[in-house]
Design a protein around this ligand. Structure first.
Ligand SMILES: NC(=O)c1ccc[n+]([C@@H]2O[C@H](COP(=O)([O-])OP(=O)(O)OC[C@H]3O[C@@H](n4cnc5c(N)ncnc54)[C@H](OP(=O)(O)O)[C@@H]3O)[C@@H](O)[C@H]2O)c1
Length: 304
């Protein structure tokens, strides 16, 4: 199988897109970032870029014309545009499409039903269909929640900066695969470096595999802090039920609760133990010392 060399990256100005861009460049791919014509976001310095009209198949196909692979790092508001991107990639003769996943196992039966993943599920089923017809190949990169971002922004439930305070989801005992942003980038680059092994597959990776409680203790030990007890408690089952009630009334404010259900709910598939491709894509799972260093580095400079 020929190597993948030229990559068109959609959403390269975003949080995940920047990490993917750095990893692709580090792995010597020729990368062109495709942006919306009216994008006002900052692109990585020195990046080769082109803009496209996401409503036009011709415009997208022209942006993808030299690409061996299209990687999407589209944020949630743009996910509905991915099917058109896939059609355009096929029209341009692109070999591999990597859709914007980078999180929960959206192919898990329970997770896949959560409304928050609707566009991701539609996209991956379209890709499966097109791959079966021999029109394009795909790779889905599954990372679980971002280890660094979830800690920095507190969506891990372990809130260092806003507290310290901890809210345990489902008692904090569900085992979860967590991946850093930089390892997410490595996973994409590593998958494209191994096109044969990663064709038409989900590629699971993780930087750490542990429950929310274990991560909370690791943060306490690394930073020398204590999360005050009693911890907050949140049932993701209850959160999901309330989010559905809101949705019935046209209220989308429960989307984050669906997300929490997908990440922390037992049986929702965010524990990737036994099926990670870390070695293939060049990711090393952190040991205790590595995790401690990552946590210390994350909060370095913060007031004690
Ligand atoms: N596992 C986790 O913890 C975690 C956390 C966050 C995100 N994610 C996932 O990672 C992926 C990327 O998320 P992100 O937070 O990096 O995204 P983001 O920063 O919000 O957006 C990424 C890029 O998408 C493009 N974009 C935004 N709105 C668009 C629209 N309406 N139409 C077309 N393009 C649009 C923009 O690029 P241009 O302006 O250059 O066109 C933007 O820079 C998503 O699949 C998300 O679910 C996972």
């Amino acid at each position: 199988m020929a190597a993948i060399k030229n990559v068109a990256l959609i959403g390269g100005s975003g949080t995940v897109g920047k990490a993917i861009y750095s990893a692709l460049i580090a792995a010597s791919f020729n990368v062109t970032i495709v942006t919306r014509a009216d994008s006002i976001l900052n692109l990585p310095r020195g990046a080769k870029t082109t803009s496209a009209d996401y409503g036009s198949l011709e415009s997208l196909a022209s942006a993808f014309k030299d690409a061996d692979a299209v990687v999407s790092a589209m944020g949630a508001p743009g996910l509905a545009a991915q099917p058109k991107c896939i059609d355009a990639a096929i029209a341009a003769g692109v070999r591999r499409f990597v859709p914007s996943e980078y999180g929960c196992n959206t192919l898990n039966e329970k997770a896949g039903k959560l409304p928050v993943f609707k566009n991701k599920v539609l996209t991956s089923s379209l890709l499966r269909e097109k791959a079966e017809q021999g029109e394009i190949e795909y790779t889905l990169i599954m990372t679980g929640p971002f280890l660094d971002l979830a800690l920095l922004r507190g969506y891990s439930g372990i809130d260092v900066r806003g507290g310290p305070r901890a809210t345990l989801f489902d008692n904090g005992t569900t085992r979860i695969s967590w991946t850093t942003l930089s390892d997410t980038g490595k996973a994409v680059a590593g998958a494209l470096l191994h096109p044969e092994e990663t064709a038409n597959k989900q590629v699971f990776v993780h930087t750490a595999n542990m429950s929310q409680r274990q991560l909370m203790v690791a943060v306490e030990e690394a930073l020398g802090i204590s999360f005050p007890q009693p911890y907050g408690q949140l049932s993701t089952e209850k959160g999901e039920a309330e989010a559905y009630e809101k949705l019935k009334k046209g209220d989308f404010s429960g989307m984050l609760d669906f997300l929490k259900r997908g990440i922390f709910g037992e049986g929702y598939g965010t524990d990737f133990s036994g099926k990670v491709s870390n070695e293939l894509v060049g990711i090393q799972e952190l040991d205790e010392a590595g995790l401690r260093k990552l946590i210390v580095d994350l909060f370095e400079g913060d007031d004690a």
